[in-house]
Ligand binder design. Structure first.
Ligand SMILES: N=CN[C@@H](CCC(=O)O)C(=O)O
Ligand SMILES: [Zn+2]
Length: 430
């Protein structure tokens, strides 16, 4: 039994109270369930009570002395942030391509010339399990310092079995050993390896008949993702890959309509994907199909920013009833960041979302995008004790005051893991 934690007297306690069976849509995305002078009691890693400080102080009057007290007065308290789309496990970085893009080369030109995803694939193939683990562990620490307590992680920088396996094993080892929860996605369909360039359908066959069954059998991932994009995987190939995953119990996700309109959003709705991600060029028909089928739109405005492209139309998606989530897309090519709060600022400035909507998008809706809506994403009794405390008084300031890490304290599974903006010592790997 772990010591109880009593987080007291937040100037705003953002509970996101409101039911966990489905992601929030339309006006629901603005209902933050704020409690002023709010407090949370966590015990055995689970939230036991949420209310005003007065209510909880009375409820636990005879147990106050035994709890670890966390004074949140003057501070904003939210559920631990959730990042539902990252390429966490990778080696190396690509600042050389950043420079090339500044001189006019496009992301796809660099990739087609053997750079981009292929460059990170070479680096990831060359890295040992230990090196990948260490780099990714340190990246998770950075996420945590920005208030993020759950991270989805995709493979896809191998595309051969050995390297895909290495990435998935690292993600699973991190889930076991790092305090941040890591949710694993197989993304063997991230690019077509050059040896299959003349016959991409043969690579699709390898994915469908060999890799996906092995991933499922070994229990290495919960989701199966594909980069459905002109010049990468066609909608038809993507459908075959996603349906194969479903037959083996892997939930479908899709990188859709990122660079060109390609009916990826429509495909997501047809195959019953849990989320369609990117969506910069999604059609209105695709958005409506997503809304009708409850497909979460995971929007990645950091990627549009970094690729100097126009962001997805988050405002329109919300108005059409798409449940919208936000993510960093942390990866070395198109979004080398771990700052979900910065992405939230972009959600407001580049996608027309309100400060309240972006909070919902980075918590409860993000949790639903990775099938965790019942366990995390809101401060409600019975949910995991994952809480972030920001050194600001209200939720709007989180979006308004950008480029600054306001994270003060993070409680993960009912344990303080970041204090005064610093990780507790035992989280350092080296
Ligand atoms: N667009 C495809 N995949 C990643 C980028 C990967 C990379 O460039 O290394 C993304 O989601 O942005
Ligand atoms: Zn991605």
């Amino acid at each position: 039994m772990t010591k109880a934690i009593f987080i007291r007297n937040a100037s705003q306690l953002v509970t996101l109270h409101g039911g966990s069976d489905a992601p929030r849509v339309k006006a629901e995305m603005s209902e933050l369930g704020i409690i002023e002078n709010g407090s949370v009691w966590i015990e055995d890693g689970v939230i036991q009570a949420v209310g005003t400080d007065e209510e909880l102080a009375a409820k636990y009057a005879n147990r106050l002395a035994e709890a670890e007290l966390v004074d949140a007065s003057g501070k904003l308290v939210t559920p631990g942030l959730v990042d539902p789309h990252t390429h966490l496990v990778h080696a190396g970085s690509r600042e050389n391509e950043f420079n090339m893009r500044l001189q006019g080369k496009t992301y796809m030109e660099i990739m087609n010339a053997g750079g981009g995803i292929h460059a990170t694939t070479r680096a990831t193939k060359a890295a040992s399990h230990e090196q990948l683990y260490k780099e990714s562990f340190n990246r998770l620490n950075q996420f945590l310092r920005h208030g993020v307590t759950t991270v989805e992680a995709k493979s896809g920088y191998g595309m051969d079995w050995e390297t895909e396996l290495k990435q998935l094993e690292v993600a699973n080892e991190l889930q076991e050993k790092h305090v941040v929860d890591v949710v694993s996605t197989f993304m063997g369909a991230h690019a077509v390896p050059k040896e299959y360039k003349e016959n991409p359908d043969e690579f699709v066959r390898v994915l469908v008949e060999e890799m996906i069954p092995k991933v499922a059998e070994l229990g290495l991932a919960e989701f199966n993702d594909v980069f459905c994009e002109h010049g990468v995987f066609t909608p038809e190939q993507s459908r075959v890959i996603l349906e194969a995953g479903k037959r083996h119990g892997l939930i479908a996700k899709i990188h859709a309509d990122e660079i060109e309109p390609y009916e990826g959003a429509e495909l997501a709705a047809e195959v019953g994907a849990i989320s369609a991600d990117h969506l910069l060029k999604a059609s209105e028909k695709g958005m409506k199909a997503m809304a009708e089928n409850g497909v979460v739109g995971v929007l990645l405005p950091g990627t549009a920013y970094f690729l100097m492209a126009e962001s997805a139309n988050g405002r329109k998606m919300i108005d059409l009833g798409v449940p919208v989530a936000l993510s960093t897309d942390c990866n070395p090519g198109s979004s080398p960041t771990v700052s979900l709060p910065f992405i939230m600022n972009l959600g407001c400035l580049k996608m027309g979302m309100t400060p309240a909507e972006v909070i919902t998008a980075a918590t409860i809706n993000a949790a639903h995008a990775i099938n965790r809506g019942r366990e995390i994403g809101s401060l409600e009794v019975g949910k995991k004790g994952d809480v972030t405390i920001f050194n600001i008084e209200n939720y709007m300031k989180l979006q308004y005051s950008y480029g600054v890490n306001h994270t003060d304290t993070v409680v993960k599974n009912g344990r303080v893991v970041v204090k005064g903006g610093q990780l507790i010592e035992e989280l350092s790997l080296s």
